[in-house]
Design a protein around this ligand. Structure first.
Ligand code: ZN
Ligand code: ZN
Length: 181
């Protein structure tokens, strides 16, 4: 494990959220958002209205920027996410989870909670000098973001199947290459 467990989950969730904003809209409606929240274990109040869905969608380009800019600008983005939400870190335990950090009250709007959870995780990445673990998927034309949590920093492809696609493409290329005598 590279970071604390809750940090790793938050980073993976942030990448997944950014990647819903692709060629196809991954969050077309509130039902899709519900499914996303369930997949990534988000708790707390959900309003299930259009405004909430839009706030979550609007968070995506802001988080994507974190993959695109240098360290100082990452810090600027992370600090403003925390400041706007008036984040106040508190150790809490609830449901099945032992003590972990929450930096927003449970009644804060969903998009705020998601923003702060991501921001708190990026705080750890910056403090550990691990921003190189944030990458763009190597598969051509993909453009998805990748968070590499592997020990040897070897993750090159996003979780949308690009690793398999690349392996198939490499296999085909080998088969169609002229046989060397
Ligand atoms: Zn919690
Ligand atoms: Zn990809």
């Amino acid at each position: 494990m590279v970071f604390a467990h809750d940090t790793e989950v938050a980073l993976a969730a942030a990448a997944a959220l950014v990647n819903t904003d692709g060629y196809d809209e991954g969050l077309p409606d509130n039902a899709a958002l519900d499914e996303f929240l369930q997949t990534w274990g988000f708790t707390g109040e959900v309003r299930h209205d259009e405004a909430e869905l839009n706030e979550v969608r609007e968070l995506r380009p802001r988080l994507r920027r974190i993959w695109q800019v240098d360290e100082d600008e990452v810090v600027t983005i992370v600090n403003s996410l925390l400041r706007e939400a008036q984040a106040l870190p508190q150790l809490v335990k609830h449901d099945v989870w032992s003590y972990h950090l929450h930096a927003t009250p449970p009644a804060a709007p969903l998009a705020t909670r998601m923003a702060v959870e991501a921001a708190m995780a990026f705080v750890d990445v910056v403090r550990s000098d691990e921003l190189r673990r944030l990458r763009i998927c190597d598969y051509h034309d993909c453009g998805n973001v990748v968070i590499d949590l592997s020990k040897n920093r070897s993750k090159r492809f996003c979780d949308d199947g690009c690793g398999n696609r690349a392996a198939v493409a490499a296999y085909r290329a080998r088969k169609s290459a002229p046989a060397t005598p």
